[in-house]
Design a protein. Structure first.
Length: 232
């Protein structure tokens, strides 16, 4: 891996799940462990980057002199934390499993088990990657994740365009021993400038290395394009 191209680059990474409160003791969330995002952060740190990680609640610890971690719970908290770092980021990796919806109203007291059923009204959360995609500068690289259960490639390619990503990392829930909870993962890297590139099942440490290599390739391609434009 070309370490010099990432040296002193500022990298924003979101990782882990979000928790959307129902009442003081309950919340809506998902099965994300944050393992993939933390593995990616570690790879960037090893290559000399400065990493700002906004993490949902996970059971992982990572320390480094070039690492800043902001712990959050809700999608709104994650968005507000990202606002502190995105403008100065050279690279943004949106690896968090952010809840699409949250309860419209949070009960002030614990909801008691009195009725045989009850309904929770939900409202849409802010789409963090989409909002930053609207203000992304030309010099910035943005990478997203797509965890799909059907029509995987179509949904991932749509996300690539809609959220102004430079690359989307596709996971499929149909692949054994990958995605949430596992130490292994199987990905497909989808870029605008080439055909999708599928990788075999690997440990998430190696998957993170593959992802960072793909990001380095994007950076090199961008620099070469600028150099060619300079001589035209």
């Amino acid at each position: 891996m070309n370490a010099t191209i990432l040296h002193n680059k500022k990298v924003l990474i979101t990782t882990g799940p979000t928790r959307e409160a129902i009442d003081p003791v309950r919340y809506i969330s998902n099965h994300s462990t944050g393992k993939m995002g933390y593995a990616i952060a570690k790879q960037f740190l090893q290559q000399g980057a400065q990493v700002f990680m906004v993490s949902g609640p996970v059971c992982i610890e990572l320390q480094h002199s070039n690492l800043t971690i902001v712990q959050v719970n809700s999608a709104n908290e994650m968005y507000m934390a990202c606002c502190r770092f995105f403008e100065d980021a050279d690279i943004a990796v949106f690896a968090a499993a952010v809840a699409d919806y949250r309860p419209a109203k949070i009960a002030e007291q614990k909801i008691k088990k009195e009725e045989s059923s009850f309904t929770i009204s939900m409202v849409k959360n802010i789409d963090i990657a989409y909002e930053f995609g609207k203000v992304k500068k030309t010099k910035q690289l943005s990478v997203g994740f797509a965890l799909e259960t059907n029509d995987e490639l179509v949904h991932a390619q749509n996300k690539l365009q809609k959220k102004n990503f430079d690359m989307v990392i596709l996971n499929s829930m149909n692949d054994a021993n990958s995605a949430f909870g596992y130490d292994t993962n199987k990905i497909t890297a989808i870029r605008k400038d080439q055909l999708p590139r599928e990788f075999p099942l690997k440990h998430k440490t190696e998957v993170a290395r593959d992802i960072v290599k793909e990001i380095c390739s994007l950076l090199i391609h961008r620099y070469e394009h600028k150099a060619l434009a300079y001589f035209e």
